[in-house]
Design a protein around this ligand. Structure first.
Ligand code: PMP
Length: 384
């Protein structure tokens, strides 16, 4: 008997390259291999195992408000206003959801009609183009060499939005104030939404200020900010994120949430609401250490003649392969095979990034990071 066929749209959908690459690393580790893992998209923090004893026991195991627990929304609103420069009404302008991945997908679902175009600057985060396609939209990628001023040349009558990731995975780049202004001018001039993915906003160097993309559009006329606890709180497995947007849009998105997710995980949201400040106190010193480690490793690479795409934030480095004869896929393959070091090929971040590999410094101790960095520099040298 023939098996009923899945939607043809899925045939053209790519796997998330960093995730499929890491699955291979897990398999090799399962077979006993010792892999220096520079490919994971998170930073490991020491955080105490949570106790749920002090939470309201009658509520924590059940569905909760689809917009998010009121106390958590209030805390997030205060946090975003004080730390990111974007005031928001916790009653109407925020929704708590299951990670920022779901937030971005719901934002795209809420604004795209079939055939609408979304400008996605490279290096891009792997899920943006696929999520646009899932919404029957058309992703329009711009090469990494383009600046904000070049984006206007990609605008057509079908362009609906532009997605920016600030600070950026994989380069660690932060958009400057001038760039942010020009981005909003572009959005206003052409009637576009800006989807701002700020999932790494805590990972800026000490003393640097983070300004939300939304702070330039305080009435949230066209800006949708997506963020999450995954990276900033070191709890990616909890699946808690949020979105800030105009009340009218949130009122639409709440319907998507109700039909797809119902609510973010209630027990974890209660815990987060109760311990919001304490977790930040625990993670911020660890974030400072990992960002400074990132910048030290950039220095190590530079001293070995390896250039990185400009950036000083996150825990990622996007290293250029320079004169190596290998493309990013082959380089990654060889690095794993010859040196047992895993990185992610740049191709996953857009076609223009095939001369780069992403290095994450978030999960290995310093000595192993240095070993990995040395292997990357050595393989570039060997294959040049
Ligand atoms: N945006 C970017 C740029 C990311 O790198 C990730 C995760 N790797 C996400 C969003 C999604 O994170 P989450 O769904 O865990 O919030």
């Amino acid at each position: 008997m023939p098996i009923p066929r899945h939607a043809s749209l899925l045939d053209s959908l790519a796997e998330a390259s960093s995730i499929s690459h890491n699955n291979r690393v897990y398999e090799m580790q399962g077979d006993g291999a010792d892999i220096v893992t520079l490919s994971l998209g998170e930073a490991f923090f020491d955080i105490p195992v949570p106790s749920f004893d002090d939470l309201p026991q009658a509520k924590i195991h059940h569905y909760s408000h689809s917009r998010g627990l009121p106390l958590l929304r209030e805390k997030l609103a205060k946090y975003y206003e004080l730390d990111c420069g974007l005031p928001l009404d916790p009653e109407t302008e925020i929704i708590v959801t299951a990670g920022s991945k779901a937030a971005i997908f719901m934002a795209l679902s809420a604004i795209l009609d079939p055939g609408d175009e979304v400008i996605i600057p490279e290096p891009l985060w792997v899920s943006y183009p696929e999520q646009v396609r899932l919404c029957r939209g058309v992703p329009v990628m711009t090469p990494w060499q383009d600046s904000v001023d070049d984006f206007a040349s990609y605008v057509t009558p079908r362009t609906k939005a532009i997605i920016v990731n600030n600070p950026q995975n994989p380069s660690g780049r932060r958009l400057g104030v001038d760039e942010l202004r020009r981005l909003h001018e572009l959005a206003e001039q052409h009637g576009l939404f800006i989807i701002a993915d700020e999932a790494y906003h805590e990972f800026v160097p000490e003393g640097a200020e983070f300004l939300s993309v939304g702070s330039f559009d305080p009435h949230k006329h066209h800006t949708i900010v997506c963020n999450s606890m995954s990276k900033n709180y070191g709890i990616s497995g909890w699946r808690v994120g949020y979105m800030v947007a105009h009340q009218l849009l949130i009122d639409q998105i709440i319907k998507l949430q109700q039909h797809i997710i119902t609510c973010a995980p209630t027990i974890l949201c209660h815990y987060l609401a109760e311990h919001f400040e304490t977790i930040l106190e625990q993670t911020r010193p660890q974030i400072a250490r990992v960002v400074s480690m990132r910048n030290r490793m950039a220095g190590e690479l530079a001293s070995r003649g390896v250039a990185c795409m400009p950036g000083d934030a996150t825990f990622y480095l996007f290293a250029s392969l320079g004169k190596s004869r290998l493309d990013a896929e082959h380089f990654t393959e060889e690095l794993l095979r010859r040196h047992a070091v895993s990185v992610v090929p740049g191709t996953g971040y857009g076609a223009s990034c095939d001369r780069f590999v992403r290095i994450s410094v978030g999960t290995e101790p310093e000595q192993r990071l240095l070993r990995g960095i040395s292997a990357v520099a050595g393989l570039i040298e060997e294959t040049s």
